[in-house]
Write a protein that binds this ligand. Sequence first.
Ligand SMILES: Cc1cc2nc3c(=O)[nH]c(=O)nc-3n(C[C@H](O)[C@H](O)[C@H](O)COP(=O)(O)OP(=O)(O)OC[C@H]3O[C@@H](n4cnc5c(N)ncnc54)[C@H](O)[C@@H]3O)c2cc1C
Length: 247
Amino acid sequence: CLAEDKGDFYLLNGNKMWITNGTIAHHGLLYAKTDKNAGAKGITCFIMDYNLPGVTRKKIHEKVGLLASDTAEITFEDVKVPKKLVLGEVNKGFQMCMTQLNATRLGCSAGALGLSGAILEASIKYANERSQFGQQIGKYQLIQQQIAEMKMGHEALAYLVYKAAWLKDKGLPNTMETSMSKLYGAKEVVHAANECMKLFGSFGYSEEYPCGRFLRDSKQFETLEGTSNMHTMIVANATLGFAPNRA
Ligand SMILES: Cc1cc2nc3c(=O)[nH]c(=O)nc-3n(C[C@H](O)[C@H](O)[C@H](O)COP(=O)(O)OP(=O)(O)OC[C@H]3O[C@@H](n4cnc5c(N)ncnc54)[C@H](O)[C@@H]3O)c2cc1C
């Protein structure tokens, strides 16, 4: 989006896909270019009022998962944005955006931890409930391997999430730890959801059980709040000393 300084107001044009709660929120943080030639140093943050004339919001209906979460495309057409809606300093929005993302990403990792816990719980219950060839399927070693993998993945993810949260609470550098929890969380939930569906046999493929929802919801962790490729780069660059690990 481009926000041009017109004296009393900014004239905003552009659009953004995939905005969570975009059709129901009254306000949202908007990062727009205020100096189109200055790259990252030409971005400003606005507390955007979505009820201003020229704002159109359209619900995105056909998502694979996260069906309980509202997602929207928002279009801005000659929107007159009052200058009092600027948050922080003009052209200093990029740094604010990175700080904000580092906080919301940790929330995303915690979401993955919750999902991995739900997958583990459902799998344990089913492995104890379902009997085949005269015994609970949980007694078979290959099912035990799946349960053991899910349990270890869940515990390892918990430690990554809690460590990143602890560092953040202390105001210590944590971008790398936050990215590790987000990246590992995405891998862990996609793997666990896949194993869970197999463990449930054909019922895993039925909407009567939550396995399909687990798998659909798990996939978004690989994309939103930074793709897995991006988090891999953050972890690698901080580890190799090419980029600082920031608070
Ligand atoms: C349900 C949902 C809710 C969302 N909510 C919000 C929201 O509230 N606010 C918001 O701003 N956004 C939101 N998003 C958007 C989301 O953050 C972006 O879709 C995501 O960051 C990926 O951007 P993209 O889709 O443009 O992918 P692209 O940038 O087009 O990437 C496509 C592929 O190329 C890879 N790639 C791109 N560049 C590189 C590179 N330099 N090196 C290596 N690989 C690369 C990516 O990793 C990916 O695999 C949401 C998305 C979803 C699905």
